[in-house]
Design a protein around this ligand. Structure first.
Ligand SMILES: Nc1ncnc2c1ncn2[C@@H]1O[C@H](COP(=O)(O)OP(=O)(O)OP(=O)(O)O)[C@@H](O)[C@H]1O
Ligand SMILES: [Mg+2]
Length: 250
């Protein structure tokens, strides 16, 4: 596969000098990254390195202590995740964030419910669209009406990914999307991530699987204990270099 170069194109997302502390703990110290349309950047690092925190800063769950976030050239500061969503940013969180007591289709349209006249929920239309989407993405669930708490971990992850895929307009942030998945399901998700790249979205994916990172990404960004260790073009690095950046052992 040919890798695009991004020289001259404006980044979809620009993070400049992002800093985040929780009380006395510095979770992110001076992080800067540009992300372009049609680009997959993998964010790697050991447990507690600050990866999820960074995604939550971009999506408005956490406010950065310092630094700036620019979306399509405009400074943004989302006060909550729904603001980020209305700007075209979708997230698959590590801790999933689905409504457990609700059906798959209600989760798919959470906060964006389809209504009929008189403000009634248009359930039939939401069910049809959900069914079409999960079929397209080959997410195996009993039905669009199944309740989330009755699904397996992998099925829930499939639903979360389908939802993000459906609504993302500019940027999609995936926090270990295949951590709970088997081999076949993982391959499907990787195929879908590639399809998002073809749709010209910008993609930031967190993964502990370096095989996956090397299969999917254009660039790899390494965090260690909140420090940004470096960014490499995937084609110009190898697992040994990335492992030593992650661990600090040479
Ligand atoms: N809401 C919070 N309040 C206090 N500390 C937090 C909070 N969220 C994260 N942290 C701390 O920030 C650091 C980074 O956590 P984060 O969840 O971003 O790590 P991570 O790189 O995603 O790790 P993992 O690979 O285990 O998911 C950790 O030390 C964690 O304890
Ligand atoms: Mg995490």
């Amino acid at each position: 596969m040919t890798k695009k170069t991004h020289a001259g194109s404006n980044p979809v997302l620009e993070l400049k000098n992002i800093h985040k502390a929780f009380g006395g703990i510095v979770a992110i110290d001076d992080f800067s990254l540009d992300l372009h349309a049609g680009e997959i950047v993998a964010l790697v690092g050991d447990n507690g390195a600050g990866k999820s925190t960074l995604i939550k800063i971009i999506s408005g769950v956490h406010a950065p202590t310092a630094g700036s976030i620019t979306l399509d050239g405009q400074a943004v500061s989302f006060s909550d995740a729904s603001k980020a969503r209305s700007s075209g940013i979708e997230v698959v969180y590590q801790d999933l964030a689905l409504a457990d007591q609700q059906s798959v289709y209600m989760n798919m349209f959470l906060g964006r419910e389809k209504l009929k006249a008189f403000g009634m929920l248009d359930r039939r239309s939401m069910i049809e669209e959900t069914q079409q989407l999960v079929d397209e993405l080959d997410v195996r669930i009993p039905s669009a009406g199944a309740i989330i708490r009755d699904l397996s971990g992998g099925q829930r992850q499939g639903v979360a990914i389908a939802r993000a895929t459906h609504w993302a307009k500019k940027l999609i942030l995936l926090d270990e999307p295949t951590a709970a998945l088997g081999v076949a399901e993982t391959a499907k998700v990787e195929k879908n991530v590639h399809a998002l790249k073809e749709r010209n979205l910008a993609i930031l994916i967190i993964s502990h699987s370096l095989d996956q990172v090397f299969r999917l990404s254009d660039r790899i960004c390494v965090l260690r204990r909140g420090q940004q260790i470096g960014v490499r073009e995937t084609a110009k690095t190898d697992k040994n270099e990335i492992v030593s950046m992650i661990t600090g052992v040479h």
